[in-house]
Design a protein around this ligand. Structure first.
Ligand SMILES: *Cc1c(COP(=O)(O)O)cnc(C)c1O
Length: 356
């Protein structure tokens, strides 16, 4: 039976990426070696790294003055690296979920942190609006897509101070105005590659302001200077990222995939809104994530949660259980998820409604 991969991360990758990765494991770029065993300093891998960086720049239309680097440690390491490198004395955070809270917690190790707004009291089911960002903070941190709760900040927030964004779960899914941000980071395992690499896009003018000692490996300047090869980079994950970005470019780039993502999300949200058995956890359409679509059983049907989970599983749906802090269901509809998988889930929801 065909499996439909709705996992939140690691998550579905394009078939193209899987096929090309298998090829590369057998013979990488005609080198006669596997990508798993070749030196990161080989001319073949240096070319792969350079091509991956240019694809990132091209697909996100990154203006001049920005550096693209690949690091290990996941998005979670960035929670600490951002304040360590950027925060002289004060920073501002918008608290929209568990990842945002974790980022905020790390920042507190390095100075004063202003939480400009938080939706925690209502289990993060909306994106706060009308907050004000202190003009004397060193940067303002946002999480553009809240993977666990299914909310998304789809417009660049107004900020007079440098803007920093965790885009782990919506990078490359929609066009963003990179010039509005000073730093963007994203763990690869949602929309780009297998786990093991983190993409960082950084405007160099935010660096060099802090006086605290920064360990060499945690200093962005080390990796900019070393062109992501100060130490051994995650070769395999970067190679896979190159495949995904090549696939995305072939589809017409970020704008083209954004259209598809809007179409997929609309199909599923419409069914959640229509179906008597289910309710969305995010009410405001403006805040609804295009990548992680969360829903729970409607009042009066709570006892059908387990039976629906079983029913969906019997139809090949994998990974639709909601995060433990939200419950219910979460269908992740990342770039690589075909419309056909969303249709299959919608059909399952309709058929289950008829039976109940
Ligand atoms: C998955 C995720 C993280 C954590 O990423 P790691 O690579 O596991 O550290 C952080 N932020 C967001 C928004 C995520 O979706």
């Amino acid at each position: 039976m065909k499996k439909h991969n709705f996992y939140a991360g690691p998550s579905i990758l394009p078939q193209y990426t899987l096929d090309k990765t298998i090829e590369g494991i057998r013979d990488f770029a005609g080198s006669g070696l596997s990508v798993l065993e070749i030196s990161h300093r080989s001319k073949e891998f240096v070319a792969c790294m350079n091509d991956t960086i240019s694809l990132v720049k091209e697909l996100l239309e990154i203006p001049a003055g920005y550096q693209v680097i690949f690091l290990g440690g996941g998005a979670s390491l960035q929670f600490a690296m951002v304040p360590m490198n950027l925060m002289v004395s004060k920073s501002a955070y918008l608290n929209t979920g568990e990842w945002a809270s974790k980022a905020l917690k790390e920042a507190k190790l390095y100075g004063e942190v202003v939480e400009v707004a938080s939706s925690k009291a209502s289990n993060f089911n909306y994106i706060p609006k009308n907050f004000s960002v202190p003009g004397d903070a060193d940067y303002f941190h946002v999480t553009t897509n809240n993977t666990i709760y299914g909310t998304e900040l789809k417009k660049e927030p107004d900020s007079k101070i440098p803007l920093v964004a965790d885009m782990s779960s919506d990078i490359f899914s929609r066009s963003v105005d990179v010039s509005k941000y000073s730093l963007i980071y994203a763990g690869a395992q949602k929309n780009l590659a297998p786990a093991g690499v983190t993409l960082i896009i950084i405007k160099e003018d935010v660096l060099g302001k802090v006086t605290r000692p920064i360990p060499t490996m945690l200093d962005y300047r080390t990796h900019i200077k070393g062109e992501s090869m100060f130490n051994t980079p995650p070769v395999f994950a970067i190679f896979a990222a190159q495949q995904t970005l090549t696939w995305l470019k072939g589809l017409g780039g970020v704008r083209a995939i954004q259209k598809k993502n809007i179409e997929k999300a609309a199909l599923l949200y419409d069914e959640i809104d229509r179906n008597k058995l289910f309710v969305p956890t995010i009410k405001d359409p403006e805040d609804r994530s295009l990548m992680n679509i969360c829903f729970v059983m409607a009042d009066g049907y709570k006892e059908l949660e387990k039976p629906f989970a079983e029913f969906a599983k019997s139809r090949g749906m994998l990974g639709i259980e909601g995060h433990r802090s939200v419950g219910g269901f979460r269908a992740s509809t990342y770039n690589a998820l075909p419309l056909e998988s969303v249709r299959a889930l919608v059909d399952a929801m309709r058929d289950f409604e008829k039976q109940n």
